[in-house]
Design a protein around this ligand. Structure first.
Ligand code: ZN
Length: 565
């Protein structure tokens, strides 16, 4: 089984220039724009070192290399295989990165993005890869080794001790370990020494580079160190358990890990957990975690692997490029068609809601409302079934019976038998005309009752004249035209009414009114609707059904709600 792996991709993100500086510079300092030497200084030119070379900014693949090996590996050969992989990695990377080695010591002069020539020293600031690659790249043993951390010498049984600090790896110390091991007479002694630092007998390529510390450059990659299931599969499961068991405790943070480990018998002694303690330093030294994330590269790598598998293996790069080009072109066409369809659908929906599309009222032509954006007409029983299925459908349970009762009470002269069909046409908007209380000029509100108005549900509120209170409020949940046998039509709003609430906010202001939404739907003849209204969720309470009517939406509303007619 052969699989392609694009290992060097991650290294590219790590290329940060070290500029010729009056004082010795480190890659970290250069990244922060601290050391500059040129006629003008610019932080931007530092951030985009590759731009000046006429190449794209950001990540760019330098080369592909193919990792071959058995698809399944037994544990006894795993360590040897990791070692072999490490040697291959380093040999290939030596070729790929050859041209940078001399420059990392002597520097090279080239034109930066701001047009100024400077001498830059390439160095490796960030290395982001998954642990397997990291182990191969650093010549380390597997994650089960005695000292598995790529950054420090934490023993494997102390991985859960997040507050303890351990000796950091560095080039000189690791080189000493390898040299010491090579001096040993027996293989056993040699392996013992290597094991004591979690290393294989592999010379890391960056040891010979200037301004680069391969261990310091290992960075907190959220994809592999964090998101890869540590929280979802380990921490969150146990946090929920602890919260259930402990109830409220002030010592939550200090106790939680101890509790999980002791009482729930969960062992947090794994490398991902330990690596958390390097995270804050990495962020402090190299910036936000998105600079170190392999998320983008990982997606690209999977794509390239898929493309590679479609080639015949010879001159694969050229074939990969052609396949990729074709796929990109097809994806673009696909996207254009999909976008066009979405836009057309949206246009159609919006045009249906448009103001021109109004329907005359049923009664006198001088009536003050006009429905618009009609849906098709169906009989009342089917209407109930259809509406009950949608979001907020519980309001329409028992709709048919309620409608017949309402019509029987309010229009007793029209006898509707149970088997008679009542046709219902619903609308998604209504135009309400009213006279301004301020200057008696005609005004109009367009009110929506639409489960998907520009992609969002919108159910506007109205002010209506009830016998008990001329300033009653209700929320529209349906705008209906009902046609009974004989052809008579009735325009009704199906609403949730608001009743006055006894709850008062802690800061009570003059004229403060609080209303409570009653989730019992009722019919409201359009004749009673005065105009649209705006309500805001009441704050200072956990109840979600309390609202403040807003009297400042316009001068007319101010006069009405404050009874200043
Ligand atoms: Zn560590």
């Amino acid at each position: 089984m052969v699989s392609a792996s694009l290992v060097s991709l991650a290294l590219i993100a790590a290329l940060a220039p070290v500029l010729c500086a009056p004082v010795p510079a480190t890659p970290l300092a250069a990244r922060q724009g601290a050391f500059l030497n040129g006629e003008r200084s610019s932080k931007h030119s530092l951030a985009n070192p590759l731009k000046s070379a006429g190449r794209p900014v950001g990540k760019a693949p330098l080369g592909y290399f193919i990792v071959t090996g058995p698809s399944k590996i037994t544990s006894c050969v795993k360590e040897d295989y990791t070692k072999l992989k490490g040697i291959i990695y380093n040999v290939i990377n030596t070729v790929i990165l050859q041209s940078l080695k001399r420059r990392s010591h002597c520097g090279d002069t080239f034109c930066f993005g701001d047009g100024v020539y400077r001498t830059a020293y390439p160095g490796f600031l960030i290395e982001s890869m998954d642990f397997q690659e990291l182990a191969a790249w650093l010549g380390m043993r597997s994650s089960q080794a005695n000292f598995p951390c790529p950054k420090c010498l934490v023993p494997k049984d102390s991985l859960a001790k997040l507050t303890r600090r351990f000796e950091h790896r560095n080039t000189a110390a690791m080189r000493d370990v390898i040299e010491d091991a090579r001096r040993q007479q027996t293989k056993g002694d040699k392996e013992d020494i290597l094991r004591s630092s979690g290393l294989h007998d592999v010379e890391q390529i960056l040891w010979e580079f200037g301004h680069s510390d391969p261990y310091k450059a290992v960075s907190y990659d959220t994809l592999h160190w964090d998101d890869g299931g540590k929280f979802g599969r380990h921490l969150w499961v146990y946090i929920k358990q602890v919260l259930t068991d402990l109830g409220k405790t002030n010592e939550f943070e200090q106790q939680i890990l101890v509790y999980i480990q002791q009482d729930l018998d969960k062992n947090f002694n794994f490398l991902k957990q330990h690596y958390t303690c390097h995270a804050s330093n990495d962020i402090r030294e190299k910036g936000a975690t998105k600079h170190m994330s392999t998320r983008t590269g990982e997606g690209f790598q999977q794509e390239v692997t898929r493309h590679y598998n479609r080639t015949n293996g010879r001159d694969a790069e050229r074939q990969i490029v052609v396949i990729n080009e074709n796929e990109e072109a097809m994806a673009r066409l696909d996207m254009l068609v999909a976008d066009y369809e979405i836009r057309e659908k949206q246009k159609l929906e919006d045009s249906e809601d448009h103001a021109d599309n109004t329907v005359e009222p049923t009664g006198s032509p001088t009536a003050h409302w006009r429905f618009s954006a009609p849906n098709s007409s169906v009989n009342s029983r089917r209407f109930e079934t259809e509406m009950s299925r949608g979001e907020g459908g519980e309001a329409f349970d028992g709709f048919d019976i309620a409608l017949r009762e309402f019509l029987a009470i309010h229009h007793p002269e029209r006898v509707i038998a149970f088997e008679d069909t009542v046709m219902v046409q619903s609308f998604r908007a209504v135009h309400i005309e009213f006279q301004s209380m301020v200057n008696w000029s005609p005004q109009r509100d367009i009110l929506r009752c639409n489960p998907k108005f520009y992609g969002q549900p919108r159910y506007d509120c109205v002010l209506y004249n009830a016998e008990s209170d001329p300033l009653s409020l209700a929320r529209l949940i349906g705008l209906l035209r009902c046609t009974i046998p004989g052809g008579a039509k009735f325009d009704l709003a199906f609403v949730y009414r608001f009743k006055n609430s006894k709850w008062k906010p802690q800061t009570f202001w003059r004229g403060c009114r609080v209303v409570e939404e009653c989730r019992r739907p009722e019919f409201l003849p359009l004749e009673h609707v005065a105009r649209g209204a705006l309500l805001a969720h009441a704050w200072g309470t956990k109840r979600t059904n309390l609202f403040f009517p807003i009297d400042t939406i316009d001068d007319d509303m101010f006069l009405r709600l404050n009874k200043m007619e």
